[in-house]
Design a protein around this ligand. Structure first.
Ligand SMILES: NC(=O)c1ccc[n+]([C@@H]2O[C@H](COP(=O)([O-])OP(=O)(O)OC[C@H]3O[C@@H](n4cnc5c(N)ncnc54)[C@H](OP(=O)(O)O)[C@@H]3O)[C@@H](O)[C@H]2O)c1
Length: 332
């Protein structure tokens, strides 16, 4: 029997993952489907019809699952809803033989296990670069290593897999890659707000690593934090390069399709309410958590001091994402 793979929720991140699976041709090996909110949860019938039409346009050939019970009977269940939705909702009985792949930040294996008594749960921390085949995904599993060939392909399509030894390391992955595309988008947004360059020139600088642009200061901040957490420089460099390349590719696609939306829409698509990216962006003076902007201060420095100042503020932003991740997982 062809295995069934159902994605629960399919927004920015779930959609990026699903597209990478479709691009990798995995639809020939399994039946994909998507479960969105119940039609009754949409503000109107017209809003639901519009959402269904949008889904069909974005993911042709991927049907919507008719009800939650069918969705949770799949062989592989992918949780791509916001953490607060997972916590708030009552979910139907789950197929005990299923494998669950969670994309959710802040929901531990221990929290999921009693609600999802399945064969195996894999926690992943992807990032939006996956939409362009340039993702970075932290992975940790309860129930031993992943040997199944289909699962392996699902976990690695369009992304660089970063297998972790322990679950708390996911907090590091969130700070260094899950939330990190937003740091690059935020810097571009702040520079443009100061009247520096054009969207095209900022995008060009973002696309060119190691050219001493301010975007390199973000790379340096992430490298410094990662080595502080004990990861080897040689392992971190390619991961950080991929995070930046993925952010650049995502922004390129986005700005080409929706030039009017600018970089703000890019950083908003990484941000969940009360989430890790929101905490980081707050340090950068953006979003609902915005504090008096140290980023603005960093950018006002003289050219010779700017790189160091931006590096310091990005370091603080990544640490804020880490801290929020730890707090969220503790139920905060
Ligand atoms: N965005 C990122 O960069 C990123 C990075 C790493 C991890 N994550 C994780 O990925 C998860 C999703 O984030 P996101 O940014 O993709 O959020 P999002 O764009 O808001 O998507 C959430 C999806 O969940 C759906 N949904 C809401 N309630 C539902 C329900 N009761 N049943 C089924 N589906 C429901 C929404 O349906 P509608 O489309 O109908 O509203 C939407 O498709 C989060 O847990 C987050 O921690 C995100």
């Amino acid at each position: 029997m062809t295995p069934t793979v159902t994605m629960i929720g399919c927004g920015n991140m779930g959609g990026a993952v699903l597209l990478s699976w479709l691009d990798a041709g995995l639809a020939t090996q399994c039946h994909f489907s998507v479960r969105l909110r119940d039609p009754a949860q949409y503000p109107s019938a017209a809003a639901y019809t519009e959402r269904v039409a949008q889904h069909q346009l974005l993911y042709p050939g991927v049907p919507l699952c008719p009800d939650a019970a069918t969705a949770f009977a799949a062989d592989i269940i992918v949780l791509a809803v916001k953490p607060q939705v997972f916590r708030r909702r009552t979910w139907p009985a789950v197929n005990p033989h299923a494998t669950v792949i969670s994309l959710m930040a802040g929901i531990s294996l221990r929290e999921m296990q009693p609600r999802l008594p399945v064969r195996q749960i894999i926690r992943t921390m992807p990032n939006l670069g996956q939409r362009a085949g340039l993702g970075v995904t932290g992975l940790v599993t309860a129930g031993g290593p992943v040997a199944d060939p289909l699962l392996t392909q699902l976990l690695t399509a369009g992304t660089r897999a970063w297998w972790l030894d322990t679950e708390p390391q996911l907090h590091h992955v969130i700070a260094l890659s899950g939330s990190a595309p937003a740091y690059y988008f935020a810097l571009a947004d702040r520079l443009l707000a100061r009247g520096e360059g054009s969207p095209e020139s900022q995008l060009y600088a973002l696309q060119q690593p190691q050219t001493s642009s301010l975007y390199d200061a973000i790379d340096h901040a992430l490298l410094q934090l990662g080595t502080h957490w004990g990861y080897a420089t040689d392992d971190l460099r390619p991961l950080i390069a991929q995070v930046r390349a993925g952010a650049a590719a995502y922004a390129t696609t986005h700005l080409t399709k929706h030039p009017q939306n600018g970089f703000e829409h890019c950083w908003r698509s990484v941000m969940s309410p009360n989430g890790t990216t929101q905490a980081a962006l707050g340090v950068l003076g953006l979003g609902p958590d915005a504090t008096e902007s140290p980023a603005g201060g960093a950018l006002s420095r003289s050219l010779s001091e700017r790189h160091t100042a931006v590096r310091a503020v990005m370091h603080a932003a990544a640490l804020a994402a880490y801290d929020r991740s730890v707090t969220l997982e503790a139920g905060g």
